[in-house]
Ligand binder design. Sequence first.
Ligand code: URA
Length: 434
Amino acid sequence: MDARAIIAGLRKGQVPSDAALEWFAQGLASGAVTDAQAGAFAMAVCLQGLGEEGRIGLTRAMRDSGDVLKWDMPGPVLDKHSTGGVGDCVSLVLAPALAACGVYVPMVSGRGLGHTGGTLDKMEAIPGVGTSVTEARLREITASVGCAIVSATGRIAPADKRLYAIRDVTGTVESVDLITASILSKKLAAGLEGLVLDVKCGSGAFMKTAAEAQALAEALVSAANGAGCPTAAFITDMDEPLAPSLGNAVEVAASMEVLSGNRLAAPRLHDLTVALGGRLLALAGHVEGEGEEMISAAISDGRAIEHFARMVAELGGPPDMADDWRTHLPAAPVVGDVMAPEGGYLAAIDGEALGLAVVDLGGGRRVETDRIDPAVGLTDVISLGSEVTKGQPLATIHARDEASAEAAAKAVLAALTIGDAAPEAMPLIRARVG
Ligand code: URA
């Protein structure tokens, strides 16, 4: 095999064989493929596309470039992946709820990307929690608690780690083929028996249009199923934040409210968690509708929060998170409301701008080496379509200092459009694939 021949073939529109893709992925992991070759490969895929067979081949090849976990558990091994949005803390509620239903969830997660928050950053907002664990520890926690939200070890899909960094600096991130193989290689390396994908669509998502979200959802579902993992996707609305809180500790707080049975604290977060969990349990063999009831019951009877607290304790956090979470979460010193400058209806929310306001408060990263401030963020963001009166709070800012609070207030006002009428309400689940 020869990287030059693979790249030249791709340039002319020839999809590499499975064996060639496997060789290339192994070369990415070992260093035998150079940065220049990896960049040219990514650009050729961006321009020519791989088609369904090639996408499946690249997904499998990148998955197999490192360790692929194998499980022998008394229940199904399942997971969820979201393409990223704002106020999206489903993982924190869903993983323990599934565990309470007898599912095993080795949830290998990511950090914040661009304007979107990262599950690992949220988990690490809980004092003492560390999500970098060995594979042995991931196995132990998954077996004993039922769920473990952790970061990928260097041995999970190393080809993706290298290719992703090269795509980032070669203008080749936006390819459905490369995004599909990248996301799935890491998820499928966890040895899953079922996966549900939450493809976000709207102002706070990477995919702004329904057509883009549909294309990505279809590619992900066909590649995951083709690679042997039963998978379905929802395309879900991200024209407003999923929870009314954006940031790290504040999203943990929203998740703890929902896990405490307080659905009204974040109804969209609760309802999407139940729907995604229900779909996963259906993939694992439960009859339609049964899974949703199981997830709802696990939340309302306290089993889900108890599993969450046990996972937190195993990851180094406080032992009494279920009871005393309010005292454990860090609080920002400056807290203040943003007031409506006029009356009307909340006609539009620029979710990306809200997410970037949180990044600027210190709640996310501009560059990889930035340190996150876990306490800052926004809470009580009013929902799309709400009627507002002049002077009414639109959101609450949690900041490290007055200057960053003032800048955030301006950014929040710029991100919210008050108009004469409420927009047409979008369903939370816009479409289903698979
Ligand atoms: N997330 C990933 O893991 N990979 C991509 O390519 C895009 C988003």
